[in-house]
Design a protein around this ligand. Structure first.
Ligand code: ZN
Length: 99
């Protein structure tokens, strides 16, 4: 009757988190979470990170398509840099490569 199972520590709770989230259980209703400011702050940080990630990678854009777009953008950039007169990659006239 010492309330042993209610006094889960932060490490134990955080180890349980992926399981709680994965099974769709509301972790915010967990007794440890409700009483622990540390874990509440941690989850708020994670929420903020997840939110930022969602903004960076919109869900309707599959990662593979995104990488293809990035690769194409890089190719275009390189082509532009090469074709640009007096571009960034000009080799000086007296450079060994020109001889
Ligand atoms: Zn905690």
């Amino acid at each position: 009757m010492s309330g042993e199972k209610e006094t889960m520590n932060c490490t134990e709770f955080q180890a349980l988190l992926p399981e709680l989230i994965g099974s769709g259980i509301e972790f915010s209703s967990h007794p440890h979470y409700r009483e622990c400011a540390h874990c509440q702050a941690l989850m708020q940080d994670l929420e903020a990170i997840a939110e930022a990630a969602r903004k960076l990678l919109p869900v309707e854009d599959p990662p593979e398509a995104l990488w293809t777009q990035i690769e194409k953008a890089i190719e275009v950039e390189e082509a532009l840099a090469r074709s640009r007169p007096g571009g960034v990659q000009t080799v000086p006239e007296d450079h060994p490569l020109k001889r």
